[in-house]
Design a protein around this ligand. Structure first.
Ligand SMILES: Cc1cc2nc3c(=O)[nH]c(=O)nc-3n(C[C@H](O)[C@H](O)[C@H](O)COP(=O)(O)O)c2cc1C
Length: 389
């Protein structure tokens, strides 16, 4: 297996949980791109009746595909009652070593149901919630992902003081409060403060989009044990490999195809994964993506393809592709921001426009520059948009 090298050797870099984005097909795609040290499920919302039995297709990496991928997976849950978290961890059994609890989601629906960031309202209640779970699961079997507060953030030191005695596996901090949503900049000085007072490892999250932004955050918080990257990984999916060029078009087609196949039959996509070999990951060349696409098409659709434009996908899969493109285009040369691309009604129409733009720029679609451009940050930081965490 080719070894993965992250953009900052020595500091593990993971794919952040993103509800509506980092489902199995997307995590598989990031594993194929390579370089990522660990991945994370979006939250699994658990209640007193769900899940009755562990939903293996939510995280096949933990069961049928265990050990297949280079990067391990963190399972995240979200709930309003600590007993539901304990029951889910029990149902997961030996699929997991620990379970991660979402204490950051700012969505009004989630907060209304007393889950996500709503758990941060009172330091003592928060600590009691975590303590209930940790004492039943045992030391190191609960990890937590939180924002810096439910209110304005002044409560952060109290929250940390209340939980630092609980034997957590690790604590991930997204340096924004609930009211911040995604506006402004993540406050890494708070991440740093947590590393100073907690005995367990701290993972930092927020606004890492390239080596420079990672270094800036690390300077503020030098003792984080790992960093997770969310929107920055969608803006440059090669971020974990350190590359600023990539076979964008072929990888994009593979993304859309994986989404389509997952929508068609997740079971069959999972079964296809068992054919992957250790050298199937860290795909650098366009031809390597071509082979993956060929294998997917032959094994799952019984047909091959001559050019990428031959591939047909459902409108639903194409809109998943446009979701990715909405991020990715911000790192491409500005001509790729062309709005008519987003209006394409078929994958073929989409690819033809990309080819045309690349031709005008005299660039090869097989290897396009993917460089973080902070000028576009506003696109991904609107209050009210992307209101998940
Ligand atoms: C679309 C979207 C969905 C998210 N869903 C989750 C989630 O399910 N669980 C979670 O803990 N954080 C979630 N987050 C927050 C991210 O994990 C991360 O902490 C945050 O986006 C800041 O990091 P970034 O600047 O690297 O994106 C989500 C973020 C986005 C943009």
């Amino acid at each position: 297996m080719r070894t993965s090298s992250s953009i900052n050797l020595g500091l593990p870099l993971g794919l952040a949980p993103m509800e509506g984005v980092t489902d199995f097909a997307t995590r598989l795609w990031f594993q194929l791109i390579g370089g990522v040290d660990f991945t994370w499920t979006p939250f699994l919302r658990v209640t007193d009746t769900f899940p009755a039995k562990f939903p293996d297709l939510f995280a096949p990496e933990l069961s049928i595909l265990k050990g297949l991928f280079p990067a391990p997976l963190v399972l995240q849950v979200m709930g309003s009652r600590p007993e539901d978290i304990v029951r889910t961890a029990d149902a997961a059994g030996d699929r997991i070593e620990f379970i991660d609890l979402n204490c950051g989601c700012p969505s009004p629906t989630v907060v209304g149901s007393r889950a996500g960031s709503s758990l941060l309202q009172e330091a003592e209640v928060f600590a009691g919630f975590l303590d209930y779970i940790a004492s039943r699961l045992g030391p190191g079997r609960l990890s937590v992902k939180m924002r810096t507060g439910f209110h304005q953030g002044e409560e952060f030191p109290r929250l940390i003081a209340a939980i630092k005695g609980i034997p957590l596996r690790h604590l991930t901090i997204h340096g924004r409060t609930r009211p911040d949503r995604y506006t402004g900049k993540a406050d890494w000085s708070k991440v740093h403060a947590a590393t100073e007072s907690c005995p367990f490892p701290i993972i930092g999250s927020g606004d890492v989009c390239d080596l420079k932004s990672l270094t800036m955050r690390q300077e503020v918080s030098p003792n984080v044990k790992a960093v997770i990257i969310g929107r920055g990984a969608l803006r440059n999916p090669w971020i974990f490999t350190g590359a600023t060029h990539g076979p964008v078009v072929a990888a994009f087609v593979a993304f859309v195809l994986l989404q389509d196949l997952a929508l068609e039959s997740e079971e069959r996509l999972v079964a296809w994964c068992t054919t992957l070999k250790p050298n199937s990951f860290r795909l650098i060349e366009e031809a390597e993506w071509g082979r993956v696409i060929e294998s997917l098409l032959i094994k799952l659709r019984g047909k091959s393809f001559k050019t990428l434009t031959d591939i047909e996908v459902t409108p639903r899969a194409l809109s998943r592709g446009k979701m990715l493109w909405n991020y990715l285009r911000s790192s491409l040369p500005s001509a790729f921001m062309e709005p008519s691309l987003m209006r394409a009604s078929t994958l073929e129409g989409f690819l033809r426009q990309i080819d045309e733009i690349a031709r005008q720029l005299q660039l090869s679609p097989a290897n396009l520059p993917v460089i973080y451009n902070p000028e576009h940050d506003w696109m991904y930081s609107g209050a009210g948009r992307n209101a998940k965490s």
